[in-house]
Ligand binder design. Structure first.
Ligand code: NAP
Length: 281
């Protein structure tokens, strides 16, 4: 399942929309990313988000705050951006340094600018199966399944991982699409038995090559969300080579879920823009 190709085609479509806005001299969508501290991985993620905005013609701004910044300064930055009419999407790169209250920071975002879909208002909408901002990685996974015509209705989907960013929202999206969902986590006792029964497996735990041949009899689809560095090489949570003959469709790492996450961030920013311009989401 080629997430890179799909993301590129989505970007091309979005670029056409932005080109049309420029021709009309209309306002251009803008994403602001707040980075606190100098975590190298976060710096790379933030740069990649800004580069993606450039590719489709969005405006973007990275606000870098010192790693020792106070909670008050972070909150006042968010309040200022909430009020700024030229800003459509705001994203706080997580994790933030430990002395900050990440929950309060996310709660301070205007839910209509929360393009990461983590504000409780958007979380509630997801759980009530209503339209709102959906976290980018789970949204990208659903788009890949749709693109590759993997029908989830009535299927047994086993999700490994229960984080607020990936596991829980992807499980909810699958449930909203009428899948039968099992969520596994670090305390699950019979994990391998469950994955062996699955039609679709989503692995989002952050352990290199965790899902192996012994865990799968035959699956329709395996989605590998993991990003792990082993000897300087990027590897997923799934032992791809061991499983490739046991599955009809599978995402690679890199080139699977990762590019779709960025694609969905752009899509959420465009949706936020459209909403701010008075169109319904
Ligand atoms: P996280 O917050 O660390 O959550 C990991 C989850 O995996 C937790 O629910 C944990 O269970 C579970 N887990 C850990 N070890 C396990 C085990 N041995 N068996 C079963 N479950 C286990 O991670 P995350 O943010 O969801 O990210 C997961 C992975 O996806 C990471 O590699 C991350 O880098 C990657 N990621 C990729 C993208 C992308 O765009 N491709 C986006 C986001 C994340 P407990 O809840 O019981 O602790």
């Amino acid at each position: 399942m080629d997430g890179k190709a799909l993301a590129l085609s989505l970007e091309a479509e979005m670029k056409l929309s932005v080109d049309a806005l420029r021709e009309k001299n209309a306002r251009i969508p803008k994403l602001v990313v707040i980075l606190v501290g100098d975590n190298p991985a976060s710096q790379t993620y933030v740069k990649n988000k800004a580069k993606a905005c450039d590719r489709v013609g969005f405006l973007s701004e990275i606000i870098t705050l010192d790693g020792s910044v106070s909670q008050e300064i972070v909150l006042s930055t968010i309040h200022r951006l909430n009020k700024d009419e030229t800003v459509d999407g705001i994203l706080v790169q997580l994790p933030v340094p430990k002395h900050l209250d990440a929950k309060a920071i996310v709660h301070a975002l205007d839910p209509n600018k929360d393009v990461d879909g983590l504000h409780p208002m958007n979380v509630a909408k997801l759980y009530e199966n209503e339209k709102g901002f959906v976290p980018c990685t789970p949204k990208g996974i659903m788009r890949l399944l749709k693109e590759y015509k993997v029908d989830v209705v009535g299927k047994h989907c086993v999700v490994l991982g229960r984080s607020n960013l990936v596991g829980r929202p992807v499980a909810q999206l699958l449930l909203n699409e009428n899948a039968t969902v099992t969520i596994c986590h670090s305390k699950t006792q019979n994990l391998s038995e469950l994955t062996q029964q699955a039609d679709i497996i989503v692995v989002a735990i952050g352990r290199a090559n965790f899902l192996t041949s012994k865990d799968v009899k035959h699956a329709e689809c395996i989605i590998d969300v993991g990003i792990n560095r082993v000897d300087g090489k990027l590897v997923g949570d799934v032992a791809y080579d061991e499983l490739v003959d046991k599955v009809d469709a599978m995402t690679p790492v890199p080139g699977g879920v990762g590019p779709m996450t960025i694609g969905m961030l752009l899509e959420n920013t465009l949706e936020a823009y459209r909403m701010h311009e008075g169109e319904s989401l």
